[in-house]
Design a protein around this ligand. Sequence first.
Ligand code: HPA
Length: 286
Amino acid sequence: MSGRFVLGLEIPPADQPALLASLERAVRERTDLQPRLGLVLGSGLGGLADALELEASIPFEELPGWPDATAPGHSGKLLFGRLSGVPVVVQQGRFHLYEGHSAGFVVQPVLLMGRLGARAVVLTNAAGGVNPEFGTGTLMAITDHLNLTGRSPLVGPNAPEIGDRFPDMTAVWDAELRSSLHAAADAEGVALADGVYACLMGPNYETPAEVRMLARLGADAVGMSTALEAVAARWAGLKVCGVSLVTNPGAGLSGAQLSHAEVLAAAQSAGPKLARIFARFIGDLD
Ligand code: HPA
């Protein structure tokens, strides 16, 4: 048995407005905070929410249609509060294709953030390093992505009230927000690289041949999230920026085998550096 929710039923864009309206109502029963920004925290990065002046915390399972986040390291809450004085919504834990969720479901949290008032989203993830110069602990501002999942959250009848049928993806990753991330990193004395994030479905890690392929395709880091959220956020007119935390060299690049426990440990140990960047980045938003 897969649990109390049916896995994988596609949610076409045309169904999102009604679903988002009911999610919005459920949130508004708990908080009237108007977030300016949404922050999505990836594996092992939940601690980035520690600095939040919390106003409301809503476990995923208390929102209509949302199950618990099941991946270890994902605790599954929407948090509302202020970071550096700025009202934000923080998604602690996320939904993944590899859990059996549909692409439309995976992106509902970022669409909800937009519906609640956020104008931009900051996406974070734990990733494997594909660029041989990106060792464990490297922070990488995402300049672009490769969606290699073969899936899109925009398949099916469109919802024109949210976005275009054929949304442009020339500049998914906002250059101005990225330069603000770099300015914040510089001010904090934290190194921040730039690179392309490749998203695969998972849940298995890549083979060494796949990592070599990704390098030839122009990827610098690889993971199992983020790209679909970025596509949906752009569709909905939100600005997007993000940071990958390299938790391990990609398969075959070091002698070591990959384990989720090591990914989590590396993410947790680099988390405070990333938290400093975000605290300053958000405080400096105009
Ligand atoms: N591959 C895919 N996803 C990941 C990795 C990896 O090497 N490390 C952390 N998330």
